[in-house]
Ligand binder design. Structure first.
Ligand SMILES: N[C@@H](CCC(=O)N[C@@H](CS)C(=O)NCC(=O)O)C(=O)O
Length: 234
């Protein structure tokens, strides 16, 4: 059994989709990040970065004590290696998949995240910041579009992989962030194909229950005020 410490967000969906795709038994432990539950000591013990998602595998690969992990890239690679799925064995294909997972982790996710923050959530609208992240987001959609044009199929090649599972939930934010996939026809084709997968649908349906209004308390919990209390606390 795997515990999935989770909220229904793009990073949370990566892992709920992966677990659904794999058909592994798991139970969802909701972490209401708007209410500040990511700062609970028992959650910080497994996710010291105070971010969801995290997993605890009670039957870890290799046996032994329950094994916990945070960071979605690491979790996707662990689950793929544990099951032998969605990450090819041969060195070149495997490295290509990991390359695009890293691209998502270091680029697409953070840049779309910052664009969402400054354009949608920030009370003070700072034109430079909005433009900077909008340009970066547009550039990254362009990179993804060209890559999908080259493969003609999935992000890292002919086969569906953890690179697709990593990228897809972030592209779901396109409408809210004011992008249209008509500008990125290869992304549009891929997006429809991934979205149509029943296990993707199942992963996205997990945990709709923890959504709350985005109020002042949520702002404090998610935009740094609360995290400051952790500084120098051992
Ligand atoms: N790089 C991390 C990012 C995780 C992350 O940013 N999670 C967000 C939700 S999508 C979160 O937990 N936010 C809580 C907060 O900001 O306090 C990963 O891929 O796991």
């Amino acid at each position: 059994m795997i515990d999935l410490h989770y909220a229904p967000t793009p990073n949370g969906w990566k892992i709920s989709i992966m677990l659904e795709e794999l058909g592994l038994p798991y139970r969802v432990i909701p972490v209401d990040i708007r209410a500040g539950e990511q700062f609970r000591p028992e959650f910080l013990a497994i996710s010291p970065n105070n971010r969801i998602p995290a997993i605890v595998d009670h039957e870890p690969a290799g046996g032994g004590e329950p094994f916990s992990l945070f960071e979605t890239g690491a979790i996707l690679i662990y689950l793929a290696e544990k099951t032998g799925r969605f990450l090819p064995q041969d060195m070149r294909s495997r490295s290509r998949v990991i390359q695009w997972v890293m691209w998502q982790m270091g680029g697409l996710g953070p840049m779309l995240g910052q664009h969402g923050h400054f354009a949608l959530y920030a009370v003070e609208k700072i034109p430079y910041a909005i433009q900077r992240y909008r340009d970066e987001a547009a550039r990254l959609y362009g990179v993804l579009d060209r890559q999908l044009g080259n493969t003609g199929a999935y992000v890292a090649g002919a086969d569906y992989s953890i690179a697709d599972i990593a990228c897809f939930p972030w592209t779901m934010t396109h409408k809210a962030q004011g992008f249209t996939l008509d500008d990125y026809p290869n992304v549009k084709r891929w997006y429809a194909a991934v979205r149509a997968r029943p296990k993707v649908q199942a992963g996205l349906a997990i945990g709709k229950f923890v959504k709350e209004p985005f109020d002042e308390e949520a702002r404090k919990n998610m935009f740094g005020e609360r995290a400051k209390q952790l500084v120098n606390k051992q």
